[in-house]
Design a protein around this ligand. Structure first.
Ligand SMILES: C[S@@+](CC[C@H](N)C(=O)[O-])C[C@H]1O[C@@H](n2cnc3c(N)ncnc32)[C@H](O)[C@@H]1O
Length: 265
């Protein structure tokens, strides 16, 4: 099996999945990307009932990608960004430090803010990016296999955990997704929220000729895992269709899920 620290080519991944947001890329059709981005936007705007600048957010298994935090920034007081691979963490650090070889995420800030917030101002995307950079308080290693997936001493530290296309890559089975959710639940304050986007079906995807394993998930497996891990108010939305080129991945659609940790925990 390919290993993320050894084999994951960050630049190829960004190109194959996160090219121009206005068009489809090889591994990610525009319709599906819009489905995810719109659900992320709605989660922060409506479901999480968060106050401005108040939420301590954990991005778990974020890879080299910041696009699912664009809608979160106005609600965040701080963001801890985590990933398993050192190359991904380095890519995020380069972007925060305005390194000349950092990825240019401006097209995504522009696209998300214009499309989902109906804000045409040229300044808002620039300001949002600055605000995100200042709110990312740390970039840390994470591993679902560890008893404490982001290290010790973080229990009940977060109001929101955000997970994008991580469980299907990091977990070995549907049962392992449930175990991972239970561990992540300990990092949330009671009443805190998790939002997850991931692929439905699917057993692999390709990056730069390397094959990466995917746990095959269904809407039911996601719901069951969240319920068994102690979450309530579970909402799962799916978009089936708009598959990638068959040789690059075999997923059949995507889901967005949100759920709240019960106050009793
Ligand atoms: C398909 S990428 C998703 C990246 C990004 N979150 C996105 O939405 O595009 C899968 C991510 O899972 C991470 N990952 C792999 N093994 C992991 C593990 N054992 N624990 C936590 N994350 C892991 C990888 O480093 C990688 O960033």
């Amino acid at each position: 099996m390919s290993d993320y620290d050894r084999d994951f080519d960050v630049k190829s991944y960004m190109k194959l999945s996160y090219g121009d947001p206005h068009v489809s890329s090889v591994n990610f059709k525009k319709e599906l990307r819009d489905f995810v981005l719109e659900n992320v936007h709605e989660f922060y705007a409506e479901r999480a009932t968060l106050r401005s600048n108040s939420a301590r957010i954990l991005e778990f298994g974020g890879g080299p990608i910041i696009v699912y935090l664009i809608s979160a920034v106005p609600y965040a007081s701080s963001i801890v960004f985590s990933d398993y691979s050192s190359a991904s963490r380095e890519a995020i650090g380069k972007w925060i430090n305005d390194s000349p070889d950092a990825h240019d995420w401006h097209p995504y800030f522009d696209y998300v803010i214009k499309t989902f917030e109906n804000d045409e101002s040229a300044e808002t995307p620039l300001n949002r990016a600055k605000e995100m950079k200042s709110k990312i308080s740390s970039i840390i290693h994470c591993d679902v296999a560890m008893e404490n997936p982001i290290g010790k001493g973080c229990e009940k530290s977060f109001d929101v955990i955000s997970v994008s296309f991580c469980f299907e890559s990091a977990c070995k089975s549907v049962e392992d997704v449930k175990v991972t959710l239970k561990k992540l639940a300990t990092l949330l304050r009671p009443g805190g929220w998790i939002r997850i986007n991931g692929v439905l079906g699917g057993s692999y995807y390709m990056v730069n000729n390397k094959r990466f394993f995917n746990v095959t998930q269904t809407e039911d497996s996601v719901r069951n895992a969240l319920a068994k891990a102690g979450f309530a108010s579970i909402d799962v939305t799916t978009h089936v269709g708009d598959r990638p080129q068959a040789s690059n991945a075999d997923y059949i659609g995507m889901y967005h899920a949100s759920a709240q940790l019960t106050d009793k925990v």
